[in-house]
Design a protein. Structure first.
Length: 697
């Protein structure tokens, strides 16, 4: 029987209200062109490539995947996995890359390579041109003048025109390894030099890594699929960077201490004679910006950012060298009250500003995204690097973001309870219409009750049923992520749609950003160091009890908890360790033992398992299995290459061995992103579970 209601069907058919929304914006042609991807409407999953001429306001669709490929084809495995790493649910054209002048784009579609250039007068564009390749294409990148295109096929780096340019040495060339793509926000593996003569390329040797396997039990006739996975405490991929010259055998390896600094989180050409690399040590306490000579491979240190626990990855745009040569780095203010910026080591922001991103420069000032008020909000500001003066560009209630062109054009996005709005501002001050948003209007206008509770000022949100009558007691559903690198309590409106649906089923929905989560302060985030479980659970319980004391309609004798990924870990842990507080849990894709999770994420927070086995043992849920006394629903996707299904299956096995009854939902073909309506189907089953276990009529 179909248990999906109208909201869940709508959410599934619109990819959680994202189909039809423009994304992947890039400025080109000195700000005259604004490129983007967008599908044709709220239920169309196939993104096309578009361009907006800011001089005329004309939108032009340059490439429609259904015209180029009437019958969708399988994606190359490497692209399918990158889409999983970047959490991309849309089909069709997943990404594109521009020439240096921003007038030509190249993209891959089902392994085929295309290039397209809009007409200069915004008339009918040239049709996308398919180019010959050596095999299924991944991550094509045009040279600065668009005369050649580099791409990956079969783990080798090629150019067209030209041919293979990477050696056949058993390594993977031109791609980002799992740790970089999943945990360090680097999704690329090759870069053209500004003069178009050379390519910087990553060489990835995964031979020392263990293999993880997937088999689809619903289709036993298909072969199993495997991939290399860097498990905590084990080897990482051996990643080196080389400079290659197409058409020749010339190759120069960049030389730095890769044993001490195995992670490359960013790479770029600063000029034809200099490459900038950002490298991290294994525990990510030291982040170095290196200058590399592409002729000799010699590197030298330009800046060093250090932290006794870890240097957070959540400050894009740093470290960087400004046009005047000064070094811009991240730093914490004394006492860890704020994430700050420093120039040549001297702080230029203070405790009253939580810097979240350096988006570039604009009019000689730094363009930043930062929080000045409640952590749930974000502003766009101009920061004078010499005086520290701030000028707001977008600072109303909500979450504001920005994209800037080198020529001075801006695209501002503002999100609040009324939805998402975009403002396009050209360098000469005009404000033409921004690309149209064709996504499904959000069904609910949700204004959660936001409060800071406990002695740690933990951010919380409460969503009640629409039309709730005060004095009516409600069972509580905790719905939090709780892990590092994530913020749940935010003014971004899409994240509250599903929580309002849960509330309308008869729950008081509570969301808590415990210590360890992002964007409150460095001190708040680093409280999770060397231990996930104690801080996470302690803050969730304390916040729930504080809210219960403030809001008499919360029935703390009936508390359920649900979550996915780290939120699934939190949910399972809650009923295993605090059955006095939590009465039922649905735990999805839970990393039940971090000794089996990846290196770059886990070791950043917990250290090496060889050096701190007690930390990993304390945070593992397997030994807690005999303690289960509350209803527990475990959910896993059997194609999840992030939190492998073995995490859930091992906990289920431990529960079975201990004679502890539980429910297990294993979903063939479902990945960590739960695409194709899987999340909504799981929600419908979870609703039945919580209604039964919490006594909700």
């Amino acid at each position: 029987m179909d248990r999906m209601d109208d909201f869940l069907r709508l959410s599934a058919s619109t990819a959680r209200f994202t189909y039809g929304a423009p994304r992947a914006f890039s400025f080109g042609d000195e700000g005259r062109l604004l490129w983007f991807l967008r599908s044709s409407g709220p239920t169309d999953p196939f993104d096309s490539l578009w361009v907006l001429d800011t001089a005329t306001g004309t939108e032009t669709r340059l490439a429609d995947p259904r015209e180029l490929f009437p019958e969708p084809a399988p994606l190359p495995v490497v692209e399918r996995r990158l889409r999983e790493r970047s959490r991309l649910v849309a089909a069709g054209i997943g990404s594109y890359a521009l020439s240096a002048d921003g007038r030509t784009a190249v993209f891959a579609l089902y392994g085929r390579l295309y290039e397209v250039t809009p007409a200069a007068d915004s008339g009918a564009p040239a049709q996308p041109k398919e180019l010959p390749t050596a095999g299924p294409v991944f991550d094509p990148r045009p040279s600065p003048d668009a005369s050649r295109i580099a791409y990956v096929a079969g783990d080798a780096l090629h150019t067209v025109p030209g041919g293979r340019i990477s050696p056949d040495d058993g390594a993977r060339w031109g791609v980002a390894e799992f740790a970089a793509a999943e945990e360090l926000d680097r999704h690329r593996g090759h870069w053209w030099s500004p003069d178009g003569e050379r390519l910087l390329a990553a060489r990835v040797d995964e031979s020392a890594l263990q293999r993880r396997w997937f088999a689809d039990p619903a289709r036993p006739e298909l072969p199993a699929e495997d991939f290399a996975y860097p498990e905590a405490g084990g080897p990482n991929a051996d990643v080196r960077f080389w400079v290659l010259r197409p058409g020749t055998d010339a190759a120069v390896r960049l030389d730095w201490d890769t044993e001490t600094y195995p992670y490359v989180s960013d790479a770029e050409w600063d000029s034809p004679s200099e490459i900038l690399l950002t490298v991290r040590d294994r525990l990510q306490r030291n982040v170095l910006l290196l200058s590399a000579d592409p002729d000799t491979g010699h590197t030298r240190e330009l800046s060093r950012t250090t932290h006794p626990q870890w240097v957070d990855t959540l400050l894009p745009g740093t470290p960087a060298r400004l046009a005047d040569g000064r070094m811009l780095t991240s730093a914490d203010t004394p006492g860890g009250a704020a994430r700050a910026l420093a120039l040549d080591g001297a702080l230029i922001t203070g405790d009253g500003l939580q810097v979240r991103c350096v988006a570039g420069t604009h009019g000689g000032r730094l363009l930043i995204e930062a929080g000045q008020r409640d952590p749930s909000e974000q502003q766009v500001l101009l920061l004078d690097p010499d005086t520290g003066d701030l000028t707001p560009l977008a600072d109303g209630p909500g979450v504001h973001t920005v994209l800037a062109s080198a020529a001075g054009a801006l695209l501002l996005a503002s999100a609040d309870a009324d939805g998402i709005r975009r403002l396009l501002r050209t360098a000469d001050g005009r404000e033409p219409d921004a690309p149209g948003d064709l996504s499904q209007p959000l069904p609910y206008r949700v204004v959660p009750v936001l409060e800071r509770v406990t002695e740690h000022a933990v951010p919380t949100a409460l969503v009640l049923p629409r039309g709730h009558v005060p004095g009516t007691r409600l069972p509580v559903l905790m719905d939090s992520y709780g892990g590092p690198g994530m913020q749940d309590v935010s003014a971004e409106p899409r994240r509250w749609q599903h929580r309002q649906w849960w509330a309308d089923q008869g729950f008081a929905v509570v969301t808590v950003d415990n210590r360890g989560t992002a964007y409150v302060s460095p001190k708040f985030t680093h409280a999770m160091y060397r231990g996930f479980s104690e801080v996470t659970l302690e803050d969730q319980v304390a916040a729930l009890q504080a809210l219960g004391a403030r809001h008499g309609d919360l029935d703390l004798t009936r508390v359920g908890i649900r979550g996915w990924s780290y939120g699934g870990y939190l949910s399972a842990m809650a009923v295993l360790r605090r059955p006095d507080v939590f009465h039922a849990a649905a735990a999805g894709a839970a990393p039940t033992d971090f000794r089996q999770y990846d290196t770059a994420y886990t070791e950043r927070y917990l250290g090496l398992p060889q050096e701190h086995p007690e930390v990993y043992e304390r945070d593992s849920l397997l030994a807690d299995a005999p303690k289960l006394t509350r209803p527990l629903l475990l959910v896993t996707g059997l194609a999840d290459d992030n939190v492998h299904p073995s995490h859930t299956l091992r906990l289920s096995q431990a529960l079975t061995d201990a004679g502890r009854p539980h429910q297990l939902l294993a979903l063939p073909g479902v990945t960590h992103m739960t695409p194709g309506g899987a999340r909504e189907k799981i929600m419908a089953l979870e609703l039945d579970f919580f209604r039964k276990e919490l006594g909700l009529a």
